[in-house]
Design a protein around this ligand. Sequence first.
Ligand code: NAG
Ligand code: NAG
Length: 386
Amino acid sequence: MTTPKLFSTAAAFAVLFSALFAANHVFDFASLSTKDPKSLSDHDHDHHDFGHFEFLPIVGALGPESYAFDSLGDGPYTGVSDGRIIKWQEDQRRWIDFAVTSPNRSSCEGSHDHHLTEHICGRPLGLSFHKTSGDLYIADAYMGLLVVGAEGGLATRVVTQAQGVPFAFPNGLDINDENGLVYFTDSSSRYQRRNYLSVILSGDTTGRLMSYDPQSKQVDVLLENLSFPNGVALSQNGDFLLIAETTSCRIMRYWLRTPKAGTFEVFSQLPGFPDNIKGSPRGGFWVAIHSERKKVFELILSYPSIAKAILQLPFDVMKAYTSLGKWRGRGLMIRLSEEGVLLDVLEDKSGVKWKAVSEVEERDGNLWIGSIHKPYAGKITLNDTN
Ligand SMILES: *[C@@H]1O[C@H](CO)[C@@H](O)[C@H](O)[C@H]1NC(C)=O
Ligand SMILES: *[C@@H]1O[C@H](CO)[C@@H](O)[C@H](O)[C@H]1NC(C)=O
């Protein structure tokens, strides 16, 4: 009885470690439709090809996952690993504290492994301001959907469950400024953020896309049974939403208006695991790709028994995976048109600066680059925005 189990555990080890140590390989972009993509890499091109890089260090925490600008255009604001939402103060060239999502901050700040306290301190992920009211809506991975006024401080929880099922991993968020509707994802009803790899490895399909109406306080489930729904972004005219489905490496389109309203379809298939999606002021959407989809990952995903065995291994898979992160994929950021055509590609082949990219937010000719691991925010000043 134990033999098959041992065998599958050994097989799982083998698969896991070949996944961790697999040599870097370059994406095959031939599989995507390409219209004059701009490629960027540390080795092949000078940085000035695309723009000027800056790193804006964050004190005491890391992982600026998502960015938002307020109704005056100030910021960006971003949520970090100790549960704070901080604001970039351009005139002082530093981050200042803006808001928190948990009332209990007693063991949150200071240097320690923030993963251990994030269920107490909060972990703000998706952020967006409602331009008319000036309110900031926050998808916090542990605290649910929250809102805080333009003055900041302690955010108020507005939703923590839908249809009786509590959120386990609220993640992406966008707002329709015209009607105030807040769209957000719960990546899983089963696994929390700190176990995000389990969502992928177990093939979990308990993710949901929801809307929240601040007027009626009503929360509606728009899509369920999703495979790690992550970032969400509204199209320019509000006709549809794009949702990044991380496990399946694709972008889904959910129609809000037009005769297709209420239906969804595959918008784009990607070469890696997508994180957040943000509308670009030049049109289309920036998609941040956390890491490439390795062949081995595909193998694991197609054999649920191996994934299950990995999850039962007597060591911390997440930790091993994270600490061996330098063997993993590089940062990749792409801009897709509203028709799904590839417009821009930003790729860091060295993987030094932009590993585990979580978001690209374009504003006033700058790209703000998020990551769940880096102790700084990345800013690229574009040379030429056409
Ligand atoms: C605040 O969190 C600490 C652990 O970090 C816990 O010991 C304490 O009971 C919490 N306080 C409240 C009021 O929840
Ligand atoms: C989602 O999955 C559950 C359980 O498998 C099923 O009962 C439900 O009908 C599914 N919902 C949709 C919209 O497919």
